[in-house]
Write a protein that binds this ligand. Sequence first.
Ligand SMILES: Nc1ncnc2c1ncn2[C@@H]1O[C@H](COP(=O)(O)OP(=O)(O)OP(=O)(O)O)[C@@H](O)[C@H]1O
Ligand SMILES: Nc1ccn([C@@H]2O[C@H](COP(=O)(O)O)[C@@H](O)[C@H]2O)c(=O)n1
Length: 209
Amino acid sequence: MIIAIDGPAASGKGTIARALAAHLGLPHLDTGLLYRAVGAAALEAGVAFEDTAALAALAAGLDSARLDAEALKAGPVGEAASRVAAVPAVREKLLRLQKDFAGQRGGAVLDGRDIGTVIAPQAQLKIFVTATPEARAERRYQELARRGEAVTFEQVLADIEMRDARDSGRASAPLMRASDAVLLDNTGLDRDASIAAALALVADRTGRS
Ligand SMILES: Nc1ncnc2c1ncn2[C@@H]1O[C@H](COP(=O)(O)OP(=O)(O)OP(=O)(O)O)[C@@H](O)[C@H]1O
Ligand SMILES: Nc1ccn([C@@H]2O[C@H](COP(=O)(O)O)[C@@H](O)[C@H]2O)c(=O)n1
């Protein structure tokens, strides 16, 4: 069974994806980490976001087995990820890896922006997770504060709104709800309630509880 989870920044899609994967015993891929890794590599190498050939080369050379999720979740990397993710040649280089992960025997859970629309349109269950920008910014602000990053709520909200606009507005595989995706707005739901709502969708769709 393939489960595709998409949604805007800090909506909680990764939290849900991990929980569903653990519950069902399926492998999970946080596809945002791939774009974050390319963005981080571009920042480190001083590659301009306009240099699409160099960005594509960074994506092609990515070692997905050696991603440091903790380091890649740092605030500035998200903005860089969103910039490189708008480059079609970068997306092209990361496509095969994601499609292969989705297509592995037994199934998988993937979360990102284009899983239900591009990576795994054949998924048995698609969930589009969202919440208000303010709720999402508060969650991410608390997370960054716990990590010791010196940011304000306003900065986090501005970053999220800018990223959402870029991710939704780009020509290549924009952030959007697949026509057959179930909408899960978890604005008023805490972490556990959000996971429970997603588990109920799994049970409803597959009969597995
Ligand atoms: N329903 C919820 N209520 C409150 N906090 C939540 C909820 N779901 C997730 N969180 C917390 O919000 C933060 C963002 O969640 P998560 O990383 O799962 O979002 P995401 O959509 O995967 O983010 P990203 O855009 O970085 O991929 C985390 O600190 C997580 O623990
Ligand atoms: N399938 C995806 C996943 C992510 N992106 C881009 O990466 C950025 C960072 O992703 P997070 O999930 O870690 O926030 C995101 O803002 C997107 O630009 C993508 O394009 N497609």
